[in-house]
Design a protein around this ligand. Structure first.
Ligand code: HH2
Length: 283
């Protein structure tokens, strides 16, 4: 395992990584792969965000553009129309940090002004102004690996060495972010399960996650309800909870510190058990 990372710094404080942190997923979209349309209405989204916090989420990840395989991009105007009221509303009501799941610096800027503390960019800051924005606004950041773009990423993804290539990509992203002036403790990395990866690629990344952990930054892992679980017999998205928790448990044993999850209450309960076994603490 890599050297244990103690904190993940963000705009309004830091998450102490003495236990597994659960990032609740709040998709304000009509078309997300597992919950599209359920929280598209701002009031429903706000209520769901509050429920996630009540269920024990350590942070809430708000997204207004689905990045499921085959999805079309949405305009910045539409994306902000979706997430703006939800971020503003949640920032007034909850103490936990909010992350904005976006690839667009304009949306990230507005979200930070509205109260977001972390930028979660599934493109790994492809737009160079994202790194500058993160530095200037002192937010936390998740740099994730994706091969290509959501529209085409699942059309024959190929790597010579998936773990090595994802690791090199993330190393380069860390270099770009720190070069732009982002504090090292603000940077988390994510291998991007399902983003331009076959079943075998996803399993290899999980199996060798310690190599990503060894980069020395908190590792965020998003396995919740993903299609690789269905491929292993998991059923419809809503039936993939047991597979999601099994994969998250494995990732945490390998050193992941933040688990991105739709089913927050169940994931928090499961991670509590995992953490106690891992650390051998007395209650
Ligand atoms: N996965 C999704 C979206 N954002 N961010 C990080 N850091 N890691 C992930 O694995 C990740 C992510 C896809 O899941 P979801 O948000 O539920 O679906 P959609 O993109 O269809 O909205």
């Amino acid at each position: 395992m890599g050297s244990p990372v103690k904190v993940w710094r963000h705009r309004t404080g830091e998450l102490v990584l003495d236990r597994t942190r659960v990032m609740g997923v709040l998709n304000v979209t009509p078309d997300s792969f597992s919950d599209g349309g359920r929280y598209f209405d701002p009031d429903a989204a706000l209520r769901h965000g509050l429920d996630l916090v009540d269920a024990g989420a350590d942070l809430v990840d708000v997204g207004g553009e689905s990045t499921r395989p085959g999805s079309d991009p949405v305009s910045a105007e539409e994306e902000w129309r979706r997430v703006g009221p939800v971020i503003r509303g949640l920032a007034e009501k909850v103490q936990v940090p909010l992350s904005i799941d976006t690839m667009k610096p304009d949306i990230a800027t507005k979200a930070i002004d509205a109260g977001a503390s972390i930028v979660n960019d599934v493109s790994g800051m492809r737009d160079p102004s994202m790194a500058r924005l993160v530095a200037k606004s002192h937010v936390g950041v998740v740099a994730m690996h994706m091969l290509g773009n959501p529209k085409t990423m699942q059309e024959h993804p190929a790597y010579a060495d998936v773990v090595g290539e994802v690791r090199s990509f993330l190393t380069e992203r860390i270099r770009v972010l720190t070069g732009a002036g982002v504090a090292s403790e603000a940077i988390a990395v994510d291998p991007g399960v399902g983003f331009g990866k076959t079943l075998d690629h996803n399993l290899s990344l999980l199996r060798h996650l310690d190599q990503i952990v060894a980069l020395g930054h908190p590792v965020v892992i998003g396995v919740s309800r993903k299609s690789f679980i269905e491929r292993l017999g998991g059923g419809e998205p809503s039936e993939r909870l047991s597979g999601s928790i099994a994969a998250a448990t494995f990732a945490v044993v390998k050193g992941a510190r933040v688990v991105r999850a739709h089913d927050v209450r169940e994931t928090v309960r499961a991670m509590r058990v995992v953490d106690h076994v891992l650390r051998g603490e007395k209650l």
